[in-house]
Design a protein. Structure first.
Length: 282
């Protein structure tokens, strides 16, 4: 019964998941490219404390970079440091990220580091700063709901870092994050304005129409290279409208066996998703 439920849920979850395996992710990437979107490919999974599993994920990302190149995909990988061993050995994860960023650079690809929970923010930014010294193709996500992010953004811009601005999705104490959507949106808007004034080659990652419209207005007065990014399967009509208006848009494509918890988060985010799920199971 559980197996049947999971199969039915995965049929619906494919709206947001680019497959259980790399081959499915590459197919989804080709489809996104055909619609004018670039892609960020992420192998699902985080908070890993099993050494063999971190090695497996590292090898998969190396193979994924090769596959992106071999299939002429317009896009790159976006990794989480705990997938590669951050919770086990910081020297090990630094060596692995160095190899992945270097390989991506040699293949003409960008290389993104996702941000995780606040307990790892400083470690992530420290490692990113070290990697960026040698690999200018590397970028890092900054979470607008964290109170510290304006200071972090300032330091990253001082060093010329490549930034993807996201809202943030982890459950955190209010002393560390802005507690409601209005405050998060206000801080996102503030950080976005700083990016347009001081940044270059950055990414505005949001599905919020008001923030997207604000970014479009800022782009008129600040001629900088930037792109929008959104999750696979969310606001697809808006993505195409942005592309048709001349903006660069990237699809964030997660894939892997750990799809269940990711899909459940997407379902819980909006009541309409529950109705779509119910219809898919009939």
């Amino acid at each position: 019964m559980v197996d049947l439920r999971n199969r039915l849920l995965f049929r619906f979850a494919k709206k947001w998941i680019a497959g259980r395996e790399m081959a499915g992710a590459i197919m989804a990437a080709k489809e996104a490219n055909s619609e004018g979107k670039s892609v960020l490919l992420n192998r699902l999974g985080e908070d890993i404390t099993d050494f063999d599993l971190t090695q497996k994920h590292f090898n998969e990302y190396l193979a994924l970079e090769d596959s992106i190149n071999q299939n002429d995909i317009k896009g790159c990988v976006s990794i989480k440091l705990t997938q590669l061993g951050l919770l086990l050995d910081q020297n090990l994860v630094r060596a692995r990220v160095e190899k992945l960023a270097g390989k991506a650079e040699a293949l003409g690809q960008l290389f993104w580091i996702d941000m995780e929970g606040s307990a790892l923010t400083s470690k992530t930014l420290k490692l990113y700063a070290d990697i960026f010294k040698r690999h200018k193709n590397a970028g890092v996500a900054i979470q607008a709901y964290l109170r510290r992010s304006e200071d972090d953004l300032d330091e990253l811009l001082e060093m010329g870092g490549r930034i993807r601005l996201v809202k943030g999705a982890y459950s955190e104490p209010h002393r560390l994050v802005y507690p409601d959507r209005r405050e998060i949106a206000e801080n996102y808007s503030k950080l976005m304005k700083i990016l347009f004034e001081r940044g270059e080659h950055f990414t505005i990652a949001t599905h919020d129409s008001k923030l997207i419209d604000a970014a479009k207005r800022l782009s008129v007065s600040h001629r900088v290279d930037f792109q929008f990014a959104m999750l696979r399967g969310i606001r697809d009509d808006l993505k195409l409208k942005l592309i048709n208006s001349g903006y660069q848009v990237s699809d964030y494509l997660p894939f892997g066996d750990e799809w269940y918890s990711y899909a459940v988060r997407r379902i819980r985010e909006h009541p309409s998703n529950m109705l779509l799920l119910a219809r898919s199971l009939i």
